[in-house]
Structure formats: structure tokens, C-alpha cells
Design a protein around this ligand. Structure first.
Ligand code: AMP
Length: 407
């Protein structure tokens, strides 16, 4: 199947082509026609499956069609919000916004991303100017609603992206308050990596006779990812991770820790070992988070240490290594974590450092996956700490096309 057969206009197809997407991914093949038909949709899609384009492209198509019906599109007056996309984290919202910008390059549409942690005034100003597609985290959207600076009564399409994570993060009441501000007649699209009972309940209360699409087995982890564990004493985890990075010459490593403190501490220790590292978590300012992510993407830092919430939705193409410094309390989070690698047809490795305290979590994860994760033994370990600090000569990794650009 090609993009041409999906009913998208030439402007959208041109933008997609420029992203070097040749064929629609399975979620795109299934979701795009349903969304274009106007039906509600519930989609279970693994991270990295191309689900964002799966909903953004048909929304752009419908929006372009609705704009062409307006007799005088340049008429003064506020641009009504056509689509509202809710996402759990600032990073994910920003990435959706980037994708919309890329895909709508040849369309006359306006989109805006709003999230907390940054000044609200510029967001209010932009809203006043009118936007067609609004991407928001629930909390900031409620702030804007309270200030009467956003009008949602015109919304035709609502997207709940990573709905499972929004529920995990306690956004259910915020979501319901936002939904109360929407018109009753609208199209609803719900995307979720997992299909828990809570998600089923939410979908029943929001969606009307939805079509459902599932592109991966529930809670399965991508086949592109090689998973293994190292058993190690808790006190030697940092030493082991430094050793692995040095010995294997890993260059772009995303490490998960359970706590913000743990993330900071590990990033500091690795930096002392000669491995450039930054931490990304909820206590960091938005500026610091954006910088850490940008530095990581362009190879300025070698390791990004993240907590689960901060890492949710990070889209770094070609990310080769994910390390679980400690295992997550919730087994499903393991699947989300390792889903940061092995994206869009690329291979990845997910390495977990398991100490005695992690064993109950390991058991829960293996039960969820329906397999046991192989162990690789490491002897006494050494290499470190004189690891060459610098990542390889700046081979920048382009986020979207996946092409390596030598600078
Ligand atoms: P997502 O699941 O939306 O986070 O997308 C994961 C990655 O796949 C992103 O980097 C997209 O740019 C990329 N992508 C989306 N659609 C396609 C496609 N049809 N072909 C190749 N890559 C794609």
C-alpha cells in the first residue's frame, strides 16, 4: 500500500514524501481511512509505530477540506479550533507539534502547542490570534480555560494520545473537565499503548460506536529489541554501567531510574567517570529539559538519564540502547521504556541491571511479556573510568529522516 491510495491531498503527500516515508505503517494504513470516514476510533498502538502521523495526516486532510468549503477564508474573525489533541507530557506534546508542523508545511493551517512549566502569556497571545489545531497537556489547557482564553466549542475532532499514561498520571478528572467544554457532536480518537480496564471504561464514556484498531499484541515488546539482563550488586550498578558504555563504546544511551534524585545522582557520577550525561525529569525546568534532549539528540551528551514520566513520548529515532538502571515498579512501564529503542524498523538493545531488590519486578515483567529475559554474565568488570569523554566526531542523528548527517 502507498500513501497515494489513502485519500490525502497532494500538499500532505508532498510533505510526507519529504520525511522519506515510503509506505504507511500498519497503524497508518488502518487508522487513516477510519478517521477520514468520520468515525470514532480506539487504537492500541505500540510506541514507535507511526501513530502520530496516523492521526495527524487525516486530521490535516479533513481540516483542509473544511477550509476549502469556507467561502471567504481570509474573512476577519477568530479562527475556530478544529482539532484538540491532548497528550500526557510536555515532551510528547512538543513532538506532536513538530510533526504537525512538518506534515502541514504546504497547507495554510495554524497549530499551537501549550503545556505548563513555561509562561502562559505567549500561549494566550497566540490563541487570541486563532489556531486550527491545538495540542495541549491537560493541566495547562485547564489553566487557559479558566482564564477564558481558549474556546473549545468549535472542536470537531478530539484526540487523546497515550491515554493510558494520562490515566496513570491522574489526569482523568482534568480530561473530563475539558470534555465538558467540547461540543457533543464531534469525532473522538483514542490512542493507547495498553488496553486496561480503565481505558476500556474511558473509551465507553467518550467514544461513540468506535472502530477499533490494534497493531501489536497487548503489552508485547517490539521484536526489533534485543533484551537482556545483567545480575549485579546494587552498590556496583554505576560501575557496571560505566564499564558497559566504555567497553562496548555505546554512544547514545537512554538510562531509566525510578527517582528524580537517582537520575541526577547517576548523571553526576557518570560525568565524573568521563561520560557526558544529563538528567531529565519533572523537577527540571522546561528549558533544562529541552536542552538536555537537544544535546542528547545531536550527540553533545552521550547519556540521558530519565525518569519514566519524563521519558514518556520521547521520540529519538535510531536510539540504539536503553538501560534500566533499576526496574520500574509497574511492569507495563518496562514496555514503554524499552519502546524508546527499536523504533520504526530500527534495531535496539534493552539492558536491565538487576539486583536482589529488583527480582520481584523482574518476575512481574517476565510474566507480562510471557518470556524470560536472557541473562548475560559480566565478570569482575574494569575498563572505566578513563573512558574517552567525547562522543564520536559529531555525526548528528536527524530526528525524523533517520539519516546520519555528518557535520
Ligand atoms: P510515533 O509512533 O508516532 O512516535 O512515530 C515513530 C517514528 O516513526 C517517528 O520518528 C516518525 O517520524 C516515524 N514514522 C512515522 N510514519 C512513518 C512511515 N510511514 N515511514 C517511516 N517512518 C515513519
Amino acid at each position: 500500500m502507498s500513501f497515494d491510495s489513502l485519500g490525502l491531498n497532494t500538499e500532505i503527500l508532498r510533505a510526507v514524501q519529504e520525511q522519506n516515508y515510503t509506505t504507511p505503517t500498519p497503524i497508518q494504513q488502518q487508522a487513516i481511512p477510519i478517521i477520514l470516514s468520520g468515525k470514532d476510533l480506539i487504537a492500541s498502538a505500540q510506541t514507535g509505530t507511526g501513530k502520530t502521523a496516523g492521526f495527524v495526516l487525516p486530521i490535516l486532510q479533513k481540516l483542509a477540506e473544511s477550509q476549502s468549503k469556507v467561502t471567504n477564508p481570509t474573512a476577519k474573525g477568530k479562527r475556530p479550533i478544529y482539532a484538540l489533541i491532548l497528550a500526557p507530557t510536555r515532551e510528547l506534546a512538543a513532538q506532536i507539534g513538530d510533526n504537525i508542523r512538518d506534515y502541514s508545511r504546504y497547507l495554510a493551517i495554524r497549530s499551537l502547542v501549550v503545556f505548563g512549566g513555561v509562561s502562559i502569556n505567549p500561549q494566550m497571545m497566540k490563541l487570541r490570534g486563532g489556531v486550527d489545531i491545538l495540542v495541549a497537556t491537560p493541566g495547562r489547557l485547564l489553566d487557559l480555560l479558566q482564564k477564558n482564553t481558549v474556546e473549545l466549542s468549535t472542536v470537531k475532532v478530539l484526540v487523546l494520545d497515550e491515554a493510558d499514561r494520562m490515566l496513570d498520571m491522574g489526569f482523568i478528572h482534568d480530561i473530563k473537565r475539558v470534555i465538558n467544554k467540547l461540543p457533543k457532536k464531534r469525532q473522538n480518537l483514542l490512542f493507547s499503548a495498553t488496553f486496561s480496564d480503565e481505558i476500556k471504561q474511558l473509551s465507553q464514556s467518550i467514544l461513540q460506536s468506535p472502530e477499533s484498531v490494534s497493531v501489536a499484541k497487548e503489552n508485547s515488546s517490539s521484536e526489533q529489541i534485543t533484551q537482556y539482563i545483567h545480575r549485579v550488586d546494587k552498590s556496583r550498578k554505576r560501575e557496571l554501567i560505566s564499564y558497559l558504555i566504555g567497553k562496548n563504546q555505546w554512544q547514545q544511551v537512554l538510562i531509566f531510574t525510578r527517582t528524580k534524585y537517582g537520575a541526577n545522582h547517576l548523571a553526576e557520577q557518570l560525568t565524573k567517570d568521563g561520560i557526558k550525561a544529563s538528567a531529565i525529569h519533572g523537577n527540571k525546568s522546561q528549558g533544562a529539559r529541552t536542552k538536555a534532549l537537544a544535546d542528547f539528540k545531536n550527540g553533545q551528551i552521550r547519556v540521558l538519564v530519565a525518569t519514566d514520566i519524563a521519558a514518556r513520548g520521547l521520540d529519538i529515532e535510531l536510539l540504539p540502547y536503553v538501560v534500566n538502571y533499576d526496574l520500574p515498579h509497574v511492569a507495563e512501564d518496562y514496555v514503554h521504556r524499552i519502546g524508546r529503542t527499536g523504533r520504526a524498523q530500527n534495531k535496539g538493545q534493552a539492558v536491565s541491571l538487576v539486583c536482589i531488590d529488583d527480582l520481584p519486578q523482574l518476575k512481574a515483567i517476565e510474566k507480562l511479556l510471557g518470556m524470560s529475559i536472557p541473562e548475560i554474565k559480566t565478570d569482575g568488570f574494569a575498563v572505566n573510568p578513563n573512558i574517552k569523554a567525547s562522543p564520536p566526531p559529531a555525526k548528528k542523528i536527524s530526528q525524523r529522516s533517520g539519516k546520519k548527517v555528518v557535520k
